[in-house]
Design a protein around this ligand. Structure first.
Ligand code: MF3
Ligand code: CO
Length: 253
């Protein structure tokens, strides 16, 4: 069941998203050689709690942290473990906030110092996939139009698309219907209407789109251990039909 949100609810979700955007703005300059994944998680948790939010991922189905930290071949759901990032890494940061029952969800993949041209291209194309997903959201289009926009751009650039994990509805809980695959699936294809709020999140791999989950039951890695990138925004279709990206921040140059 897709839960449509009214203007008052979207206002509250927007507040949650603003806090999350501020968090990403705060975290971005901390990502540099030598920072540990645990330090980033601690910073995220303290930032959210200090502002009256609750880290939405902490304890979610047993997930042990507030921030998913996913270096290099880790696609999503990396668990902060004290590892120190080194020059040339890329790292995905994914976070959600529950602000008085209103949920936001966003992710970014950042370079650690100077990265290879190959890694730069993966980040750029994955971000473009998210931009294309957002552009495909409007009243009257369907979920598969969003999926096709992501998939087409990734494949045209020679990349693999992760199929096991999807975007999703969000706002009144962390994960709601509909699922939003990043490939055109045979599944449900609802029409997009005002009041829908989505977390759009392409996960794009340099090599194969196949993934596996490590023994910790969380960490998702590429099967071929090549690089993976992930960007995510929370996007609302307002009651008047305009589309607003509720999480947004300035990406590093
Ligand atoms: N952003 C991730 C997702 O959208 C959330 C991670 S689930 C958690 O779906 F358990 F790690 F919190
Ligand atoms: Co999400």
């Amino acid at each position: 069941m897709i839960r449509l949100k009214n203007a008052a609810q979207i206002d509250r979700i927007r507040e949650s998203c603003r806090m999350l955007s501020d968090l990403f703005t705060y975290l971005t300059p901390l990502v540099r050689p030598g920072v540990s994944t645990t330090e980033l998680d601690d910073t995220a948790r303290e930032f959210i709690l200090a502002r009256g939010g609750r880290p939405a991922f902490l304890g979610y189905e047993g997930y042990p942290a507030s921030l998913c930290v996913s270096p290099n071949e880790v696609v999503i759901h990396g668990i902060p473990d004290g590892r120190r990032l080194v020059e040339g890494d890329i790292v995905g940061l994914d976070c959600g906030i529950d602000l008085d029952g209103y949920f936001s969800d966003a992710a970014i993949t950042l370079p650690v110092g100077k990265i290879s041209a190959e890694a730069e291209r993966l980040l750029r194309v994955t971000r473009e996939c998210l931009d294309r997903a957002i552009a495909a959201v409007k009243p009257g289009t369907r979920i598969h139009d969003v999926s096709r926009a992501v998939y087409g751009h990734a494949v045209a650039n020679g990349y693999g698309v992760v199929r096991q994990y999807c975007g999703h509805g969000v706002g009144l809980s962390a994960h709601e219907d509909p699922q939003i695959p990043n490939y055109v699936s045979p599944g449900p294809n609802p029409r997009i209407v005002p009041g829908m709020v989505f977390a759009l999140e392409p996960m794009i791999n340099a090599g194969t789109g196949e993934v596996r989950v490590l023994d910790d039951d969380w960490t998702v890695v590429t099967l071929d251990r090549k690089l993976s990138a992930h960007y995510e925004h929370t996007v609302a279709v307002l009651p008047d039909g305009t589309v607003e990206v509720l999480t947004s921040w300035t990406y590093p140059a």
